[in-house]
Write a protein that binds this ligand. Structure first.
Ligand SMILES: Cc1cc2nc3c(=O)[nH]c(=O)nc-3n(C[C@H](O)[C@H](O)[C@H](O)COP(=O)(O)OP(=O)(O)OC[C@H]3O[C@@H](n4cnc5c(N)ncnc54)[C@H](O)[C@@H]3O)c2cc1C
Length: 308
């Protein structure tokens, strides 16, 4: 029995997600192969080989993987799938596209957004925006799984896996990469930041001006509610929650956020939650370790001053 884990790359660098998914895969105590694909990914392959718990890094390099498209990643995985009993990826934007499609083509039911694995075949996963955790037994001979990365501690570096080149099937050219618009930021990445400060729609046009000086002082990532994003006060990639990024920082500061269940679904693994809200009955206070009942337009400048 062996396990295939799909890595994800940011340019030519390995995303931190891989260390979490490998950690989840260790539940089976079986050899783990980590699949890395791209155009020039020697650096990522080297990083992948250094993750402890990985037996082999499979590297597929091809021009059409410069910007991997879902169909091509599926074909790559399907070309080697028969060697594995478990195929896993992160419950990320890419994982949510690729893994269920692979499962469909192999006629297997995927188990998604898993937060606990009791090998060989029992999983815990959230339902109803995390209000219920169901325990699922899956007795298919092939297990296809996405895992919530924040639920698994990343494996450490210190591994020395074998790196094996594999060939990639030709691109089916069903879709074509045209361009990507990326918001470049010097701040930590939202999904892995140790500190996150997030704002709701009540910050209005002052969203960036109020949060960024504090984020800078705390070396924090900035997040937003969906209502804030929908109102155009924050870009889409800052959305935290059920339909945004799932986060588990050491410190989460929620400013002017009501605490709707869809938002809480994305922050409930945070270690310490601080809420600033002028309504003492706001639901966010049920989840907060520390609550500040105050107008955010006075509390934030005061916090900024205190941090100075
Ligand atoms: C299918 C679905 C998926 C969703 N996914 C997500 C998701 O991923 N993420 C997400 O965030 N939401 C999501 N939502 C939306 C969610 O239900 C809420 O509508 C949203 O989180 C509310 O955002 P908010 O707290 O900014 O706004 P509001 O609900 O308007 O709350 C504003 C809060 O700010 C406080 N406030 C106002 N003025 C001040 C002030 N001056 N000082 C201090 N406090 C103040 C108020 O007391 C209130 O608590 C989803 C909804 C659906 C239906």
């Amino acid at each position: 029995m062996s396990i295939l884990v799909l890595a994800e790359l940011d340019g030519n660098k390995l995303k931190g997600l891989a260390a979490h998914v490998v950690s989840a895969a260790t539940a089976w105590q079986q050899p783990i192969d980590l699949l890395v694909y791209g155009r020039q990914v020697d650096e990522a392959a080297k990083e992948a080989a250094g993750l402890s718990g990985v037996a082999r890094v499979l590297v597929a390099q091809a021009d059409h993987f410069a910007h991997p498209l879902v169909e091509d990643v599926q074909d790559l995985v399907l070309s080697i799938a028969k060697e594995y009993n478990v195929i896993m990826g992160a419950h990320s934007v890419l994982g949510k596209s690729v893994i269920p499609a692979i499962a469909a083509r192999l006629d297997v039911a995927p188990i998604t957004d898993v937060v606990e694995i009791h090998a060989p075949s029992t999983y815990v996963r959230p339902e109803y925006a995390g209000n219920i955790f169901s325990r699922i037994e899956n007795h298919q001979s092939l297990q296809i799984v996405t895992v919530r990365n924040t639920a698994f501690r990343p494996v450490a570096a210190g591994g020395n896996a074998e790196v094996v080149s594999i060939s990639a099937p030709a691109s089916r050219a069903l879709s074509r990469w045209i361009k990507e618009d990326i918001n470049h930021s010097d701040r930590p990445e939202l999904g892995s930041a140790r500190v996150v400060i997030a704002g709701g729609r009540s910050l209005g046009e002052s969203f960036e001006a109020l949060l960024s000086p504090i984020a800078e002082k705390l070396d924090a990532a900035i997040g937003a509610t969906r209502a804030c994003v929908d109102a155009g006060f924050a870009p889409n990639d800052l959305q935290v929650g059920q339909t945004g990024t799932l986060i588990a920082p050491d410190l989460y500061i929620a400013v002017g956020i009501s605490g709707a269940m869809q938002h809480i679904a994305g922050i409930k693994d945070s270690k310490v939650v601080v809420a600033i809200n002028h309504d003492p009955d706001a639901p966010i206070f049920k989840y907060a370790d520390y609550g500040v009942i105050a107008d955010l337009f006075t509390a934030l400048p005061e916090l900024d001053k205190a941090l100075q």
